[in-house]
Design a protein around this ligand. Structure first.
Ligand code: AHM
Ligand code: MG
Length: 333
């Protein structure tokens, strides 16, 4: 069997005119950083990387040591290549400028370095999520304003999942492509061409402990699912919740279903739980590219015009018909 590496895949994308050399380099560098994060994640207690870092991030959340390590790996890997105008990270308060002694490029890179980090200490899958925007023309030097673009403008998006195997799932606007890390060779192998979200689904993912805080449309939708074969849906649904967005979305990508972190009374003041720029937008692009849909309940996620870097939004994504149903319940309410 001919094994296609990520490098080869990207060169072919470049030849076909789908990405520029700069974007290819950018994705290669992100993939290299992901390999380094994967090594750290998999060493766990052996490397002394578990537990709290003793610091809080911008959102006042306690940082894990691995949050800090993963953030540093991504920042350092991407600083010197000359393909970026600036970076933004869930773990960093303001725009991360490229050091003055390195050349600047035309892209903006955004990431959640280690998503689902509450799962690290219990040895459950975590991930990295990233999004690539273009630097607005004439906008240099990059400011927070340069990042205020709706998700539909993303040039690329992807995530890495550090599970039993490490996988990189990527889109440059031409379908979703999955790669598996060959640890011995140190390279990503193209294992999942054109991933598509199955339309038929009997599975949903939501933190059900928040049920009493949800808005009526989501309460209605989930109640109907829970009534199973006896309810209006006429079939039984299954529920899964890893509490690691990358894992939960990866399952939806692989075998269909719906993932929701909707608006609720606990997160209303902040606008939602998940971050628009580091979580919702890249996942929404991937899900749409895989034939699914992604909404806040009231608006397509990719159409949300951001007003701040660390903005949060409600997220409902996955198999199209299910997402449309939840949106319809919002409309009807
Ligand atoms: P994090 O970026 O601080 O790890 O938080 C985001 C995570 C998501 O991965 C996951 O979907 C959600 O928070 C889980 O929330 P909860 O703890 O309410 O189940
Ligand atoms: Mg996160």
């Amino acid at each position: 069997m001919r094994r296609v590496t990520l490098t080869q895949f990207l060169i072919e994308q470049q030849r076909a005119g789908r990405i520029t050399a700069d974007l290819r380099l950018l994705i290669e560098v992100v993939a290299r950083a992901v390999k380094a994060i994967s090594v750290n994640v998999s060493k766990g207690a052996l490397a002394g990387v578990l537990g709290e870092a003793g610091t809080d991030n911008v959102q006042g959340e306690a940082q894990k040591k691995l949050d800090v390590i993963a953030n540093e790996i991504l920042l350092q890997a991407n600083e010197w290549g000359g393909h970026l105008a600036a970076m933004a990270s869930e773990e960093v308060e303001t725009v991360h400028q490229i050091p003055f002694d390195y050349p600047k490029g035309g892209f903006l890179l955004l990431f959640d370095p280690l998503d689902g980090s509450s799962n690290i200490d219990v040895n459950v899958s975590v991930g990295t999520i990233f999004s690539v925007l273009r630097m607005p023309p004439g906008g240099a030097p990059a400011t927070e304003e340069s990042f205020m673009q709706p998700g539909r403008e993303q040039a690329a998006a992807g995530y890495a999942i550090y599970g039993p195997s490490t996988q990189l799932v990527l889109t440059v606007g031409n379908g979703v492509h999955g790669f598996t890390l060959d640890r011995e060779m140190g390279s990503f192998i193209y294992t999942h061409p054109f991933m598509t979200i199955p339309e038929e689904t009997r599975e949903y993912a939501i933190n059900a402990s928040n049920a009493r805080f949800w808005e009526p449309p989501v309460q209605r939708y989930v109640e109907e699912l829970q009534r199973g074969a006896d309810g209006p849906r006429g079939v039984d649904f299954n529920m899964r919740w890893v509490a690691s967005m990358v894992s939960d979305v990866h399952r939806v990508m692989t075998r269909g279903g719906i993932f929701m972190y909707p608006m609720d009374e606990k997160c209303r003041a902040r606008g939602g739980k998940l971050r628009l720029m580091y979580e919702a937008n890249p996942m929404a692009m991937l899900v749409e590219q895989a034939g699914g849909a992604a909404s806040t309940g009231r608006e397509r996620i990719l159409d949300v015009l951001p007003t701040e870097l660390h903005q949060r939004v409600p997220v409902i994504l996955g198999s199209k018909a299910e997402v449309e149903r939840v949106v319809e319940y919002h409309r009807a309410h």
